[in-house]
Design a protein around this ligand. Sequence first.
Ligand code: NDP
Ligand SMILES: O=C1O[C@H](COP(=O)(O)O)[C@@H](O)[C@H](O)[C@H]1O
Length: 580
Amino acid sequence: MALSCSKCPSSSRLAASASHPRLPREQRLAASLSASPSSSRASSVSSLNCLGQRPDSLRGSAQSLRNRNRYPNVVRMQEAGFSSGGNESTVSITVVGASGDLAKKKIFPALFALYYEGCLPKHFTIFGYARSRMTDAELRNLVGQTLTCRIDQRENCSDKMDEFLKRCFYHSGQYDSEENFAELDNKLKEHETGMVANRLYYLSIPPNIFVDVARCASTSASSANGWTRVIVEKPFGRDSESSAALTRGLKRYLVEDQIFRIDHYLGKELVENLSVLRFSNLVFEPLWSRQYIRNVQLIFSEDFGTEGRGGYFDSYGIIRDIMQNHLLQILALFAMETPVSLDAEDIRNEKVKVLRSMKPLQLENVVIGQYKSHTKGGVTYPAYIDDRTVPKDSVTPTFAAAALFINNARWDGVPFLMKAGKALHTKRAEIRVQFRHVPGNLYKRSFGTDLDRATNELVIRVQPDEAIYLKINNKIPGLGMRLDRSKLNLHYAARYSKEIPDAYERLLLDAIEGERRLFIRSDELDAAWELFTPVLKELEDKKIAPELYPYGSRGPVGAHYLAAKYNVRWGDLSADDPHN
Ligand SMILES: NC(=O)C1=CN([C@@H]2O[C@H](COP(=O)(O)OP(=O)(O)OC[C@H]3O[C@@H](n4cnc5c(N)ncnc54)[C@H](OP(=O)(O)O)[C@@H]3O)[C@@H](O)[C@H]2O)C=CC1
Ligand SMILES: O=C1O[C@H](COP(=O)(O)O)[C@@H](O)[C@H](O)[C@H]1O
């Protein structure tokens, strides 16, 4: 666990300047928690109402009336939010699906890390909610075990953990029972007396019950005088149609500004840094186009299979699990035009624009694979279909490579190549930018026939061992004239002593603060599905068989043919060690 946000210095994050350019995080948090429409700062979170909307967007009587008719609960919450006054405020965070894997692995540890660093507000309560029967003590025990095995040597850690666990409670209930949510509401109220009560629900449950929970939470357990927000985990549907249906379902009970669709890759340090790199360094932005960039590679590789999640994975596959969301989000941030400001809506507008400039992925630009069993060093690694929850004849891809194009003046003709796979030889997530050849290169003889070796390459290593490095050609010191490829290397572990916060810490804190920049807006989601839905349908209708690749290998050879079609050579993940 990363316990490192060190009082959340505003200078360390773009978010700090996104909605409150000059306010330190503590003040922004306070502003968000006591959000009142009477504040005059037009662009700040404190000018937003309980739903995180600007009051003027609600004052329009037509809009208000429409909302009143269509979303009675929402309007009740909105109106209630206006009377929040100057009281102290509290935030109640309910983890729905608290008995599950994600809650244990990510959500509770992230909440504890925020608490440890003093990033949570003074008054807060955490509730676990799920069908499993559990007492408060049992939940504390479960969460405590997860934390204990991750923290150890931190100063005062066990005292902090005890304090944190005392703020954790549990309520058992059904996901579609308004009565059970009303019981939760009563329990939450016990901790909220006399304060502006803000409520955050984290839906860490399968997507088929998202709408039920949104209904029950909004009708029976929404805040009476503060904001109510809902974090929704992926997957957001399986295709354009199901995603639109899910959005419609959620919007019966929530307005868009209450919905925080999480893509945890947006919370990763180096993904957040992309905009800083591009827009605050003169050396990069002028090169960021078809004029200088030959191709861009977005690579996700895991060195383990779908262990334990085969049931979920088989109905989604790697394109939906990784490409349509994590890699496409990175692509959008990489390729978007300069936003008007760092405000969430300005950034998301640009992301939507670039996604809409893309052609839907074509079948001839996709290669799919599935891992098969492999024995190495006396150990046999299982095939995907060896998972008990996966049908033996499954054609679900665990690997995919794809070539996408952006039809705009900046990127016309530049291949954006994506590669995502499970059970490969290494764990890595990277962005690789390969630049064009130097025209009339005076030193071209030094590179023999392989001129590609002479081109610059910028690598942004998202994880693990975060780094940004630029491969350049350099004269080997000495009397002769020999060149080599060297790296200008920003290796995070060497440069920064801080541990990098986990993506979930950043995103949870943003949701509490009402900062939407790193969450997916519904039109972004629609645009993302439009790019992948046709090809997914074709692959599934035609039952196209994936190319098998051995567990622990580099994936199907087809990926190399796809890249070669566009004159691209995949960057070599294992050869590029940032320490060198
Ligand atoms: N785990 C991970 O690494 C990741 C998960 N996600 C997403 O996060 C969400 C939660 O994931 P995860 O914790 O792994 O999921 P789980 O399968 O562990 O489910 C979470 C909880 O939901 C309840 N639940 C499970 N299945 C059903 C069902 N069919 N009907 C009703 N309730 C059910 C269970 O609680 P109970 O029986 O006690 O009610 C369970 O503990 C999912 O949407 C997942 O896709 C996203 C990224 C990564
Ligand atoms: O969303 C998902 O992400 C994880 C990888 O996340 P990371 O932060 O560990 O890189 C992936 O294993 C999982 O299949 C997918 O659902």
